[in-house]
Design a protein around this ligand. Structure first.
Ligand code: ZN
Length: 166
């Protein structure tokens, strides 16, 4: 990536760490997670190799779905429309936990020189998803895949209690 810094009227200096936005020179920082690209919101949350691994893990190993990551809004397309509301709550929470955790990790690395591992990050997201599933007021339909997902998180399915069994 090459950026240009305008100095005076005629002199143009090439600078790798500056960019002009709205006539302001903005300093670009390398990504705190991978150090391979400049940090932008898109890179930090969606396209950093660290994040791509986490998004693939969440989609393939946890939610068993596909999560599109071209934009922040496209990640929400994996929210199931016809499934248990308790599962839907967990999927929504998992996406928000992903963004939240990535932001926290970035700040930890950038400002506190924290050492972060993928394993610890996955554990954190997994724990927060379990808490979200437990706190969900949604209901679980008696579908094998839904109950299996809740079992993986040791979350009790929220079945509807019929009025006859009271
Ligand atoms: Zn990165």
């Amino acid at each position: 990536m090459a950026f240009f810094y305008f100095f005076g009227d005629s002199c143009i200096l090439r600078c790798q760490h500056m960019r002009i936005l709205d006539n302001r020179v903005v300093r670009l920082f390398p990504c705190a997670l991978c150090m391979m690209s400049f940090e932008s919101s898109y890179h930090l949350f969606l396209s950093c190799p660290f994040d791509l691994h986490l998004w693939k893990w969440l989609a393939r190993d946890i939610l068993l779905c596909v999560i599109d990551t071209p934009t922040i809004f496209s990640t929400l397309s994996c929210i199931p429309l016809r499934q248990s509301s308790q599962i839907r709550d967990m999927v929504i929470a998992s996406i928000f936990h992903m963004f939240h955790t990535i932001g926290l990790i970035r700040n930890g690395v950038r400002f506190h020189n924290a050492i972060v591992t993928l394993h610890a990050t996955k554990d954190k997201i997994y724990t927060m998803m379990a808490m979200s599933g437990t706190n969900s007021k949604g209901l679980c339909l008696p579908i094998v895949s839904d109950i299996r997902l809740l079992d993986n998180f040791m979350v009790s399915p929220g079945f509807r209690v019929s009025s006859k069994s009271r």
